[in-house]
Design a protein around this ligand. Structure first.
Ligand SMILES: Nc1ncnc2c1ncn2[C@@H]1O[C@H](COP(=O)(O)OP(=O)(O)OP(=O)(O)O)[C@@H](O)[C@H]1O
Length: 354
């Protein structure tokens, strides 16, 4: 993974090369027969900048507009308005030029199930205009890189889900695109299959490729992404590095275990009075444990434990867990989104971005 850290507004257009720029991109769909019903805005004035060679993840709940966004970047859908630039080429005005610059996952896995993985890839390479010899060499190279050597000459219909995904990824990158678009590349894979794809994606960035990724798996974004944009209702809600988002929007959690005679109810009542030191509402986990968010990290965890000590609560164990991207996701996409604090150095709220 490239250790790039960006602050979108702090990057001057000349200071860094952007593989992908979206400005004010909007897409609406009409409902009802013949598209005559009400219009629904799937993507709403979306701005995004992705530095060359980095991995950018778009996160959001179902229906947030992720697939619509990547489909517009992939020239599979036309934006209603706004600008999409890939390596400086306008995807709306010149989609065919852009198609030579991008690779899109999900399009190659089922080319022909009776052909072997190698034959499928060679065919895709030839479709990109490579000679048969060049296509064969490139297909073999991809097969080896994606760990498919042993199965290369078997009919593709015998491949497992994970192998198909890797073959699909090989098809998406066989033409050495500068921007690779991966829409939920590991959905449905088991943990081993997922990790194999992660390794392949990581390897890909070493060749200088830029990756735009959507995923439902927060640990996937955490593992792979240099930067994350959280979208909700078609608009950007926040963006930053995984770490800056966790710092800004995720809360650490204090879990406390008392002895059986440790007066849990009383302890929980005391916790509810500690909002002034950054504790949230305590949640009772069982008859001896409760959990409470501690906005102020260690400081509020220490204050909480002190308060328990003052009431002789018989604490057996108290541990603080670091915020996760899941906390961030939930905080930013819940229906009554909490009023998040001021943006940190590396994290932006949508109001700051537009
Ligand atoms: N072709 C279409 N016609 C009408 N509405 C559409 C169409 N495609 C998407 N939408 C709507 O646009 C919104 C965004 O959909 P999109 O598929 O981009 O979301 P998503 O974030 O990818 O969701 P998911 O995680 O469920 O795949 C949704 O409300 C969806 O119903």
């Amino acid at each position: 993974m490239t250790p790039t850290s960006i602050t979108p507004t702090s990057i001057s257009p000349t200071s860094i090369s952007h593989a992908l720029v979206l400005r004010g991109v909007t897409k609406t769909f009409a409902s009802g027969p013949f598209g005559r019903g009400t219009r629904h805005t799937a993507v709403d004035h979306l701005d995004l900048t992705v530095p060359a060679g980095s991995i950018h993840a778009i996160l959001g709940p179902n229906g947030a507009g992720k697939t619509t966004t990547v489909s517009m970047v992939a020239t599979l859908l036309r934006a209603d308005s706004g600008e999409i630039l890939i390596d400086g080429v306008d995807a709306v005005a010149d989609p065919s030029a852009v198609r030579g610059l991008i690779g899109v996952s999900g399009q190659y896995a089922a080319v022909d199930g009776n052909l072997s993985g190698f034959e499928n890839l060679r065919m895709v390479a030839q479709l990109y205009g490579m000679s048969r010899r060049e296509a064969s060499a490139r297909a073999r190279e991809m097969i080896d890189e994606l760990d498919l050597t042993a199965a290369a000459d078997r009919p593709m219909r015998t491949y497992s889900g994970g192998m198909r995904r890797r073959l699909d990824l090989a098809g998406a990158i066989i033409n050495r695109p500068s921007l690779v678009i991966l829409d939920e590349p590991t959905t449905g894979l088991d943990p081993r299959g997922r990790r194999q794809i992660w390794r392949a994606i990581d390897e890909l960035t070493r060749t200088g490729a830029t990756i735009l990724l959507t995923t439902q798996y927060l640990e996937e974004a955490d593992e792979l992404a240099d930067d994350i944009t959280v979208v909700h209702g078609g608009a950007v809600h926040a963006r930053g590095t995984p770490e800056s988002l966790k710092r800004e929007f995720g809360d650490a959690c204090l879990t406390v275990e008392l002895t059986r005679t440790g007066a849990l109810r009383h302890a929980v009542d005391v916790m509810t009075t500690l909002a002034h030191v950054g504790s949230g509402n305590p949640e009772q986990l069982d008859e001896v444990r409760f959990r409470v968010q501690v906005d102020g990290g260690t400081r509020s965890a220490v204050a909480a434990v002190r308060a328990l000590d003052e009431i002789d609560a018989d604490v057996v164990d108290a541990s603080v867990t670091a915020p996760t991207l899941e906390n961030v996701f939930l905080a930013l996409t819940e229906p009554n989104e909490r009023a998040a604090g001021e943006p940190g150095d590396e994290t932006e709220r949508v109001d700051d971005v537009r």
